[in-house]
Design a protein around this ligand. Structure first.
Ligand SMILES: Cc1cc2nc3c(=O)[nH]c(=O)nc-3n(C[C@H](O)[C@H](O)[C@H](O)COP(=O)(O)OP(=O)(O)OC[C@H]3O[C@@H](n4cnc5c(N)ncnc54)[C@H](O)[C@@H]3O)c2cc1C
Length: 555
């Protein structure tokens, strides 16, 4: 029964007191009977979603409002079909093992999948997805599960399709600077395979030793060196994709500027909602002649921020400009002893290119840092020293465990010039909430990673940390920035989407999504604000009557 019907029923109830006892008897028995029939239909819709006819797809959402938790066992017939595709080693269905897949790096959202499938070929992915389509089973693609926004969190009554066993590098083409990989290949393994020929794969998320190219594609992942080289989207030229009905398509290709819509571009960053990438054509880059890395210590992040603006204003494009505040420095030092100076704002600047050019520009960077208050400047003298500097920065998230039992990693973007104002506001919010916030960021492109530290054992702290991190994202929006730079929206930030985008913008995105996945089977409930009113249905958004009349709000 929807909210509107409840209102009508309540109004009717108020009037029946004046009628006779027979009317009251008939009325209440009708209401009770309707409620029982409704509950039975909802129960069956929940347990046997595969029997819901196409036209009544919206019923699928009903299950979510039933107060049941736990594991919904899969129909043995379907399980048998899936087992036949991937064999025993490629199917996980015991509750104990399924717990491994109940979340990604965002551990405060957990859903137990009904089964996990580990295919080894595109054909197997297609067969699994076809069954999901036929039986209306939602599915979530998974790489290594390092995502920080809940993108790979399973969905209610759904299965997980892990691409971990599709981990072959299929082709290396040095003359054309292209590599073709399966989605489960680890990011750093691409560079490991091509470095003997002085090539590398540029997008370098800090998780690059463990995250997959498939996950990078879905999140449009970034990293310290994306300031100069561009995010994942710049390096993905083509994709083989299994659409949510099992059809195999090829988007983009090995050559640049393929005619027609840039559907490979649409797929990159779509967080698993448009299908499953089974093959990826990557652009690789020749190693520069020379790389120089500099550390500069400032009293505050404001001074370090002014130096960043100075470097960019001077027309330089370093390969990386990273910043850490004192709390982040303390954590990194405790974890990896990177020998960082103990300062309020640490800048890490890397330049690469021809030797003569890099040497000349390094002198300019030095001067700009000094003139903005740097009191210690160090240039790495060896590859080992350079590696240690990066180790400190790249382990900064994980290092938070050294100074706090729990933390939330946020990911917002601001215009570089808004840095002093936004940092000041983050400090104010942090003090108001009584929680510490450490800051590590890609300073060159204004991508902040505030880490909100808390202790889950203290009642109320987790909620306070979640409120604080949402408040920080609102600051980013107000400053003209964005709610995500590289970690995606997932489940974590979907409620912020309607703060960031106007309704026509969201509707346009939904239309794209529905063109790929009209039944919303591929990673549903991610990115978009969830319909939460009775009578709303998945698919293109249309306002609920209660919303139009101003009685309800969408988030
Ligand atoms: C310590 C740490 C540091 C990090 N640093 C960075 C960083 O510097 N920059 C950055 O951008 N991120 C960073 N991340 C976040 C994370 O590592 C990236 O988002 C990464 O790309 C996720 O890859 P994954 O293989 O773990 O994907 P998963 O977490 O398994 O999945 C991520 C998303 O991709 C989808 N997906 C996975 N494979 C496919 C496929 N084949 N086809 C379609 N969809 C698919 C999933 O459904 C999900 O929505 C960090 C995470 C951690 C834990």
């Amino acid at each position: 029964m929807d909210a509107q019907s409840i209102c009508i029923a309540t109004a009717a109830t108020n009037q029946v007191g004046n009628e006779g006892p027979i009317f009251r008897f008939v009325f209440w028995h009708s209401v009770t009977l309707a409620a029982i029939v409704g509950l039975i239909v909802m129960f069956y819709a929940y347990v046997f979603p595969q029997f819901i006819p196409n036209g009544l797809n919206f019923i699928h959402g009903w299950g979510n409002i039933l107060p049941f938790g736990g594991l919904y066992p899969m129909d043995p017939r379907i399980l048998q079909e899936l087992r036949a595709i991937v064999d025993e080693r490629g199917l996980i269905s015991s509750p104990e093992e399924l717990h491994t897949y109940e979340c990604d790096g965002l551990v405060n959202f957990r859903v137990l999948p009904r089964a996990v499938l580990l295919p080894t070929s595109t054909g197997q992915v297609q067969s699994i997805v076809r069954i999901c389509h036929r039986e209306r089973i939602p599915f979530v693609a998974r790489g290594s599960g390092t995502g920080l926004s809940g993108g790979a969190t399973p969905v209610d009554k759904g299965i997980v399709i892990s691409l971990a066993r599709m981990n072959r590098i299929l082709e290396v083409d040095f003359p054309n600077a292209r590599v073709v990989v399966e989605p489960g290949v680890l990011n750093l393994d691409v560079t490991a395979r091509i470095q003997h020929n002085e090539f590398f794969y540029a997008p370098d998320p800090s998780s690059q030793t463990v995250c997959t190219i498939g996950g990078n594609v879905a999140e449009n992942s970034g990293g310290a060196h994306c300031l100069k080289y561009g995010f994942t989207t710049t390096h993905v030229l083509g994709l083989e994709v299994v659409l949510p009905d099992g059809t195999l398509v090829h988007l983009g290709g090995k050559t640049l500027d393929v005619p027609g819509y840039d559907l490979a571009g649409v797929f990159v960053g779509s967080e698993g909602t448009l299908g499953i990438a089974t093959k990826i054509i990557l652009r690789i880059v020749k190693r520069p002649e020379c790389v120089r890395t500099l550390l500069a210590a400032f009293d505050s992040t404001n001074e370090a921020g002014a130096a960043v603006s100075g470097i960019i204003a001077a027309g330089m494009l370093p390969s990386a400009i990273e910043m850490m505040d004192n709390l982040a420095i303390q954590a990194a030092e405790a974890a990896v002893h990177a020998n960082y100076p103990n300062c309020g704002g640490l800048l890490l600047v890397e330049l690469d290119g021809p030797l003569a050019e890099v040497e000349a520009l390094m002198t300019d960077v030095n001067e700009i840092c000094r003139s903005n208050g740097a009191w210690e400047i160090r240039t790495a003298q060896s590859d080992a020293e350079r590696a240690l500097i990066w180790k400190g920065r790249k382990s900064a998230f994980a290092a938070m465990g050294r100074i706090s039992s729990n933390y939330i990693v946020q990911d917002g973007v601001i215009p570089r010039t808004a840095l002093p104002q936004v940092m000041g506001e983050i400090e104010r919010l942090s003090q108001e909430a009584g929680l510490r916030v450490a800051n590590v960021f890609h300073a060159g492109d204004g991508n902040l990673h505030p880490l909100v530290l808390y202790d889950r054992r203290v009642p109320g702290q987790q909620e306070a940390a979640e409120t604080l991190s949402a408040g920080i994202l609102e600051l980013c929006i107000e400053a003209g920035g964005s709610i995500t730079g590289e970690h995606g929206v997932g489940v974590d930030k979907k409620k912020m989407m309607s703060k960031m985008f106007a309704e026509p913008d969201l509707l346009t995105m939904q239309r794209v999504r529905c063109a790929f996945d009209p039944l919303q089977l591929s990673n549903p409930t991610k990115i978009f604000p969830t319909p939460r009113l009775c009578g709303e249905k998945p698919g293109e958004y249309s306002p609920h009557p209660l919303e139009s009349s101003g009685l309800a709000e969408r988030f």
